[in-house]
Design a protein around this ligand. Structure first.
Ligand code: HEM
Length: 511
């Protein structure tokens, strides 16, 4: 990667001294495919051109709805990816997860792994409603879920894959199946291998599919045990990297805060890349089920993690290495499902979502997004941050308090976050009111050298995710000092120049 060495600075989690890679070598989900060419036949009877004549616009419609949904709520990409996983792991990819309670159905939505957790139904409804207008009763909900998972991956900067289509929707659901087949976050490596094996998936599939955790978040309740009582002896999980552990403690206090959230991939929470694997190698996997991929001593998992770590888009042949077998094993399961007599194509799910009215200064998308972020913040502010309420949606002033046990404990600084009219397509401008915390990545004029504020910004990120990254950056600082080039940089930043005009160079992967 060409690197412009104008401002050498150290930056949190900046791991980008190499080409962008993918989190999932061979990420075909098994339920999709990394098949090499158009026209490939699939043992399941599914094929990518299934809607070529009956609904050629299907994928385009899915993508249009997704783009808007993800712009409104950046986390939606992750939620839709997970929705597909939780559908497929119960009775195959048959959209059974969409069925509500009825006289004959006990909805999977109420299963432990899904209740108050699984999201994205309204987006699937919206896609379905649009498809029904254009090609009524043609596209199955199961295919919509698969298309939405692929589209969400692409829109998060991840790879695409050839997706065989033609699934049928189930008329049954299995609450019990959802409770027993979807792995728990505190699973041991053996649990995980067994549960994946039951679905015809092997160790390599487990590692590559776990890479779905390159985007999205998890609630404290799903990993708190690791912080305070991993093995029943009131001690934290010793496999947690120390600075990461302190950062997580600041988000998840010992009591309460169970619904506070932390990114599954702290380095690039909204970007589909391979940092998830790097973080695991560094002891920064969020869930037990993530970290045991490394610590569980299961055969060649370490080697696989390293391969995920090194994988890049320029090496398509590896997807065959990883994905080929997986695809076949899952297709045979899908084959049974689409042949079932009771399978049907469901339609007419609810009304499309209505959006609030358009304000003047910001674009409609920016305004909707910010209102939503603000509402979410009010309900669930990131720990250590306080938004100073004013009537300016475009400019937020936030108090940042250093996390307990860190160099900045009990110190409070003011962060200003200003949003461009086309937010979230463009990154916000964030800086500390000078002088800001003494930190190796924070200049005395308040400018912050943090990649997600510049090159690595993704529309799927939020003010909260920016704040969490800043707090982690502070928490992992080994010393209170300014960047080595502070004086030169600040001198050159005349007349309130925006930090976004700087060409930053990120080369530090420790702080
Ligand atoms: C290997 C076993 C797995 C376990 C134990 C697991 C567990 C979890 C848990 C506990 C959460 C957080 C839920 C919450 O806080 O409510 C989560 C989130 C997530 N999972 Fe997994 N998961 C696994 C595999 C997968 C796979 C295979 C994928 C997709 C390829 C996936 C995609 C996601 C995504 C994208 C999120 C974030 C969702 C969001 O932000 O809304 N997971 N997972």
């Amino acid at each position: 990667m060409a690197v412009f060495k104008l401002i050498p600075c150290l930056v949190l989690f900046a791991l980008f001294s190499f080409d962008v890679g993918v989190a999932h070598p061979g990420f075909g989900f098994g339920w999709g495919s990394n098949g090499p060419s158009i026209g490939r036949t699939f043992s399941s009877g599914l094929f990518p051109q299934f809607y070529q004549f009956s609904c050629p616009q299907a994928d385009e419609i899915v993508m249009t709805v997704l783009e808007k949904a993800i712009a409104r709520n950046p986390r939606m990409a992750a939620s839709l990816l997970r929705l597909h996983f939780h559908d497929c792991f119960v009775q195959g990819c048959d959209a059974s997860i969409l069925l509500d309670d009825s006289a004959t159905i006990r909805s999977e939505k109420n299963a432990g792994p899904n209740k108050n957790s699984i999201k994205g139904f309204e987006v699937i409804d919206e896609i379905k409603a649009k498809l029904e207008q254009v090609c009524p009763q043609i596209v199955s909900c199961a295919d919509i879920l698969a298309l939405a998972a692929r589209g969400s991956t692409i829109l998060s900067g991840g790879p695409s894959w050839e997706l065989p289509l033609g699934r049928r929707d189930s008329t049954t659901a299995s609450l019990n199946g959802a409770n027993t087949n979807i792995p728990a976050p505190n699973s041991t490596i053996q649990n995980l291998l067994t549960m994946f094996q039951r679905k015809g998936l092997n160790q390599e599939d487990l590692v590559s599919l776990s890479g779905g955790h390159t985007i999205g978040v998890a609630r404290c309740t799903t990993f708190k045990q690791r912080l305070y009582n991993q093995n029943g002896n009131n001690q934290p999980d010793e496999t947690l990297e120390r600075s990461y552990y302190y950062g997580l403690r600041s988000i998840c206090p010992p009591t309460g805060g169970d619904n506070n959230i932390s990114p599954l991939d702290l380095a690039s929470p909204a970007r589909f890349d391979n940092t998830y694997f790097k973080l695991i190698l560094w002891g920064k996997g969020l869930l037990t089920s993530d970290q045991v991929l490394l610590t569980g001593n299961a055969g060649n998992i370490v080697e696989l993690l390293n391969m995920g770590h090194d994988y890049s888009y320029s090496q398509p042949s590896k997807s065959e290495e990883y994905g080929g077998e997986t695809a076949d094993s899952i297709y045979s399961e899908t084959e049974d499902l689409i042949r079932r007599d009771q399978a049907e194509i469901r339609y007419n799910y609810g009304e499309p979502v209505q959006y609030p009215p358009q304000p003047e200064a910001l674009s409609k998308i920016a305004c909707n997004r910010l209102q939503k972020e603000l509402t979410e913040w009010q309900v669930n502010p990131p720990t250590g941050f306080r938004h100073k309420v004013n009537d300016n949606l475009q400019k937020w002033t936030i108090d940042v308090t250093g996390a307990p046990g860190t160099l900045y404990e009990n110190e409070t600084y003011q962060l200003q976050v200003e949003f461009p009219v086309n937010y979230p397509m463009e990154a916000p401008q964030a800086f500390f009111f000078p002088p800001g915390p003494l930190h190796p990545h924070i200049y005395s004029n308040g400018h912050i050298c943090l990649d997600i504020l510049y090159d690595s910004w993704s529309p799927a990120m939020t003010v909260s995710s920016v704040c969490i990254s800043i707090l982690s950056m502070l928490s992992s600082s080994p010393a209170k000092e300014r960047p080595a080039d502070n004086d030169r940089y600040v001198k050159n930043c005349k007349n309130g120049r925006s930090p976004k005009e700087t060409r930053w160079w990120f080369h530090d992967d420790k702080v």
